[in-house]
Design a protein around this ligand. Structure first.
Ligand code: DGJ
Length: 731
């Protein structure tokens, strides 16, 4: 899959569907040649780079006015040698110079892929091959290793960078992007997934033009404002055809995704840790590893691009055991009780849940310390015996006796001022001691860049986990970082704070996973404020949004599906009027939306009518019958709510194409609606299928489609917030 053509000095990474090609230039630096559809071998640098003399450019060699770093597409651009686009790397040396000269030294190629110490990354056994390019700056005595892993059956390449300092001097890393690619042209649409609390990952599309287009975060988390995932596509590319590139960052902290179009209309795409507020001191002989970027490619539209990421994350990022096991249907008490519960109330909800076939009860916020509202108790991970006299141990056992698993909420990174933890360790918080600390949801952020803080939180969590039968953790995080200041870090290391915080977070997640392998973690950050591949490595599912309204969820889940598998999308049925937007939607619609995710409930089943309870039983049965298709099948977006603002449709198809589940949703009804049908995809045109009991041929479903007859004729009065499911089975 990876070859090096010694004569032409060309590296060729290909899985026969796509090629990623770069070369060693005549100055010893790396030049990017091509990334796209597979183009085979026998390539020549001169046929792919036009070396030309242009005015005003700076020439690298005195005797060659056609060799300018500005005009050449770079593979790992540096600062200050005549390329005026933003670089992937910039350092400060002891003498204050920012210059580097990194020349190719050697390379190795091996089967498989190694992990990144302390950081999440894709796994990969025989299914991939890795290339490590070693660059060296002799003056600094600095080695830079560029890692590339290409997957055989998935159009994905992962990239990261390692810096290894020698013995001469210390350096400060001011900027280190994990991946940078120079594209030949910039005729692309830039797709980002942006929003806010309860409006996460809405698709935004813009055309690239001269200058910089970027998104990022400086909040300490990846954030709901912008997801660390970008797509570039040609204007004519749609869900089913055309060229598209994905850039996904396996990291949960401050990030930058940037596209720079220069005057010659080439495009430099880069992704990595946000250089703003990042400044890492590398002492002599120390090394630094950047987080991993995943590049995906498709020449078959956006659905296909998403499938590359879905496959990679399901097979090689999420822990295997969670992908092979069926995920439990859960009930969470948050919207049912908020902080107002005791053991009886919890057990009553659990008993009702057990009756309808729910597998797991999750006890949310409020079970510990003096946590009767959000002003107190955070950080005191000791059960509140007034609410739960039998402790978590007793409660979890009682839930288990009902035949259900038990899950528990934690917000490990936070503390309320009104807590014992804060009284005992006021210095544990992130703060500048000379200034007041801002609060968010009445809480302060613990300084996870400090090992002793992480260790103390682990000690408290482990105590509860060891003495109970917890099999699921909801790992919450409800505010951004302010007053960022690493009190413990020496003056020269202050710029390391944000990244060290994330490393501390990952170390705690790792330790919990290692020591409590039976526990599945679901990540959450006021809903989807930290829905990123970094956390998926430790937690196979994420609470997608605090917004449980079915109509809002159409947009949120549709947007999320571009970069993340359905098996990671936490989706619950909640009560109406909805708590976030006040909307009244039918139970059927709420269910039909939540089914396309890690299905669950977030309401008091005891308040439902008998008819509704029977419906729940049916719905859970339907989910379980189709769970394999939903969790492990192919998800295709069919009709975009971002285009229609009124209708959405999607389909999950089993890998053998014998089963499928389609969801169609219409927000507002109207009189005399246009005729409507949905054309399906992903099925086998040669098979015959039963669709809700009626027989169709596969070709018919994929060419003509299924008629939606509910909007006209006798049944036209469907009302607003309509949904319809089609259960499809091969005959
Ligand atoms: C924010 C989460 O997103 C909610 O689901 C809930 O767990 C609350 N925090 C609890 O405080």
């Amino acid at each position: 899959m990876i070859t090096y053509d010694k004569n032409n000095k060309i590296f060729n990474l290909t899985n026969n569907k796509m090629s990623y090609i770069f070369c060693i230039l005549k100055n010893g630096k790396l030049g990017n040649l091509y990334y796209g559809d597979a183009i085979g071998e026998n390539l020549k640098i001169d046929q792919m780079i036009h070396f030309e003399k242009t005015s005003l450019t700076v020439n690298y060699f005195k005797n060659d006015d056609k060799f300018s770093m500005q005009n050449i597409k770079q593979e790992f651009p540096e600062y200050g040698r005549g390329d005026y686009r933003e670089p992937a790397i910039m350092l400060t040396r002891e003498n204050g110079s920012h210059l580097t000269d990194l020349f190719y030294k050697n390379h190795t190629i091996y089967k498989g892929k190694k992990g990144l110490e302390g950081l999440p990354s894709t796994r990969g056994e025989e299914s991939c091959e890795t290339l490590v390019i070693e660059l060296y700056d002799q003056i600094i005595d600095l080695t830079v290793k560029l890692y590339y892993t290409i997957y055989k059956n998935i159009n994905a390449i992962t990239r990261h960078v390692e810096l290894i300092n020698g013995e001469k001097e210390s350096v400060k890393i001011n900027r280190l992007l994990s991946a940078s690619i120079d594209f030949f042209d910039s005729d692309y649409q830039w797709l980002q997934f942006s929003g806010d609390w309860s409006r996460e990952r809405h698709l935004i599309e813009k055309k690239l033009s001269e200058g910089i287009t970027s998104i990022g975060s400086i909040k300490g988390t990846s954030s709901a404002e912008h997801n660390p995932f970008i797509i570039l596509k040609r204007e004519t590319t749609d869900e089913f055809k055309g060229e598209a590139y994905g850039f996904s960052f396996i990291y949960s902290g401050n990030f930058l995704a940037q596209g720079e179009v220069d005057s010659r209309k080439t495009l430099r795409m880069m992704m990595g840790i946000n250089p703003f507020q990042f400044n890492w001191k590398l002492e002599k002989k120390e090394s630094f590893v950047s987080p991993e970027v995943v590049l995906t490619y498709s020449n078959n539209g956006l659905n296909n691009l998403s499938h590359q990421l879905h496959d990679l994350y399901n097979k090689d990022l999420v822990q295997k055991k969670w992908m092979t096991q069926k995920r439990p249907v859960l009930i969470n008490n948050w919207e049912a009780t908020y902080f107002n519960f005791d053991e009886n109330r919890i057990l009553n909800i659990a008993k009702e849940a057990q009756q309808v076939g729910i597998d797991l009860f999750v006890l949310d916020d409020g079970w510990f310390g003096a946590r009767n509202d959000d002003t107190k108790g955070l950080g005191d991970w000791i059960v509140n015996k007034e609410k739960l006299p039998n402790g978590i141990q007793g409660l979890s056992k009682k839930i288990n006796d009902l035949g259900m698993k038990f899950g528990l909420w934690f917000e490990p990174e936070m503390v309320n001022e009104a807590s014992n933890l804060f009284k005992e360790h006021p210095d544990y918080i992130i703060s500048d001691p000379q200034r007041n600390s801002s609060v968010g949801r009445n809480q302060l952020v613990l300084d996870f860049s400090r090992k002793e803080v992480v260790d103390e939180i682990y000690r408290m969590m482990a105590h509860t986990l060891k003495n109970s039968t917890v099999e699921y953790i909801k790992w919450d995080m409800n505010r951004f970082i302010s007053e960022p200041f690493g009190k413990d870090l020496g003056l020269e290391h202050k710029g390391e704070f944000f990244h060290r915080y994330i490393l501390g977070l990952y170390s705690l997640l790792e330790k919990i996973n290692e020591n409590f392998p039976q526990i599945m973690i679901e990540s959450c950050a006021s809903g989807g404020n930290r829905f990123d591949p970094g956390l998926l490595y430790y937690a196979p599912q994420a609470w997608t949004s605090d917004n449980t309204d079915a109509i809002s969820r159409l947009f949120i889940q549709y947007g999320t599906s571009y970069g993340y598998p359905i098996s990671s999308i936490g989706s619950h049925v909640s009560e109406v009027p909805n708590h976030q937007v006040g909307r009244l939607t039918p139970l059927k619609t709420r269910t039909d939306v939540a089914l396309f995710g890690t299905f669950g409930y977030e309401l008091d089943i005891g308040k439902l009518s008998n008819e509704e309870k029977s419906q729940l039983k049916e719905d859970i049965k339907l989910f379980k019958e189709n769970q394999e298709v939903i969790q492990k099948g192919r998800f295709y977006r069919l009709i975009s709510p971002f285009e229609t603002n009124n209708e959405t449709a999607w389909i999950c198809v089993s890998n053998n194409k014998e089963e499928a589940l389609v969801g169609f949703y219409r927000i507002r009804n109207a009189a005399s609606n246009p005729l409507k049908k949905i054309i399906l995809t992903g099925l086998n045109p040669q098979y015959n299928y039963s669709v809700n009991g009626n027989e169709y041929s596969g070709i018919m479903l994929m060419k003509f489609g299924i008629l939606l007859t509910d909007f006209y004729g006798e049944n036209k009065v469907t009302g607003d917030y309509y949904s319809k499911l089609f259960v499809i089975k091969k005959i």
